[in-house]
Design a protein around this ligand. Structure first.
Ligand SMILES: [Zn+2]
Length: 168
């Protein structure tokens, strides 16, 4: 048997606890469970440990794909702008730029797919929600920018070039 007050093991039929001096009444067959242990068990039941590791990994790879391609391409364009005066002098560097532009648009698509997978598989992941909203906002901004450019240019590339020519 165990003490009904402090939980220490007592001799069978003990009338009082030698550790805390509390009187023992009819607890011969009871097993003492300290209150702290009960609380621990309840916490485990109400809040199961959520493993967000996979969701976080998916979101991080998605962000790297989304921003990595365009940033790398943009850096290459900067290097080109500084190092080369004309497109004719680009040579193989021009091919690398074209390839990077293609790759960054493909990695952008892959980033969307990974984000959707993360949202579907881990609907409670806050990271995935944040990433989704970043993409939605950037997508809307992109459409607005494209629409503004298209309206400004009167939808015609020739017209656009004329206007840019007049400006510059
Ligand atoms: Zn006791």
């Amino acid at each position: 048997m165990y003490c009904s007050n402090c939980g220490k093991e007592l001799l069978e039929g003990a009338k009082f606890c030698p550790y805390c001096s509390s009187i023992q009444e009819n607890n011969q067959n009871q097993v003492f469970i300290p209150q702290s242990e009960i609380n621990d068990k309840q916490e485990v039941i109400t809040e199961p440990p959520v493993d967000n590791h996979s969701a976080n990994l998916l979101c991080t790879i998605s962000l790297i794909l989304y921003f990595g391609g365009p940033i790398t391409t943009f850096m290459l364009y900067l290097v080109m702008a500084v190092g080369y005066s004309t497109t004719e002098s680009l040579g193989i560097f021009g091919n690398v730029l074209s390839l990077m532009t293609l790759l960054s648009s493909m990695s952008g698509l892959a980033a969307y797919v990974l984000m959707i997978i993360a949202r579907v598989k881990y609907p409670k992941s806050k990271y995935a929600k944040v990433v989704m909203w970043i993409y939605i906002v950037l997508f809307i901004l992109g459409i607005i920018a494209f629409a503004a450019l298209a309206i400004y240019c009167g939808w015609y590339i020739g017209n656009c070039l004329d206007k840019l020519g007049q400006m510059g």
